[in-house]
Every structure is written in structure tokens, then in C-alpha cells.
Design a protein around this ligand. Sequence first.
Ligand code: HEC
Length: 125
Amino acid sequence: MVPPLPGGEAEAGAELDGATLYNQFECSRCHGIVGEGGVAAALNQTEWPEDELIDIIRNGRDAMNGYPPETLLDEELQALIPYVQAIGRGEVESTIVLYKRQLPPPRLSCSDAAQPATRTDCGGN
Ligand code: HEC
């Protein structure tokens, strides 16, 4: 069982996870997979107040389009905000490691080799 990601705890019982939403709605595409920045600003420098985050996410900012309620439901926004705030507090560096732990082990394309376990060139494919 992988520990919950910071900021990922939405209302009890809800399936909505801030980290998942952050990637699902492609925040990561512009702001980096853990908010480290990319084509758009890093999000791990400032903890944005909730009302400002709502404004930015709903209405957009500069080259960022807003996410209207039809696209990003209110409950999704509510789950996303604490996650983005956790990024802002610098708590999310380990997210990528946690994600990797949840992934199944990579399939090696040379599994039909005579002695795959002893081959050292299987991992890079
Ligand atoms: C198409 C690229 C793109 C996507 C997708 C995107 N953003 Fe942005 N975002 C920007 C740009 C551009 C800015 C303005 C700041 C800048 O120029 O880097 C911005 C600004 C912000 C800011 C204010 C940061 C600052 O320093 O001004 C926050 C917070 C933010 N975005 C959160 C999000 C979240 C959360 C999502 C996903 C729901 C998201 N963004 C999706 C491009 C994007």
C-alpha cells in the first residue's frame, strides 16, 4: 500500500486525488510533473491562497486557459487546490518516486532471450 500523496486527501470516501487530477488536467504538461516548472512557471515557490488559486485555475492566466466548471468540476477543483498548495510548500518532490512505486515492473522486450535474468542489456529498452 503506497502512502497517500501530499494534498491528495479530498473529502473522505471521494476517489478524487489531487496528484491524479494535476496530471489528468495537464497542469504537469506546462508546470512540470512535480511543479518544478517547464514551459510555464514553477509552482513550488509560493503557496497560493485558495481564493487566488480558484481565480487562476477557473479564469486562466496569461497563456494558460481557464478551466470552467464544465471541464473541471467543483469537487475536482476542491481536490486539486490542496495538492497545488502542497506543491507550493515544497512537499511534492517525492511524488514521482511514489508514482513509480505504483507502476508495475517494466516488461523487458528481450524476455525470450535464452537467459534473460543474466542479461544486462534488457533494462534499457
Ligand atoms: C498550456 C500550459 C498550461 C497549463 C496546461 C496550465 N497552466 Fe498554469 N500557467 C500557465 C502559464 C503560462 C501561467 C502564467 C505564468 C507563466 O507565464 O509561467 C500559468 C500560471 C499558473 C499559476 C500562477 C503561477 C505564477 O507564478 O503566475 C498557477 C498557480 C497555475 N498556473 C496552476 C495551474 C494548474 C493547477 C493547472 C492545471 C489545472 C495549470 N496551471 C495548467 C500555463 C499552463
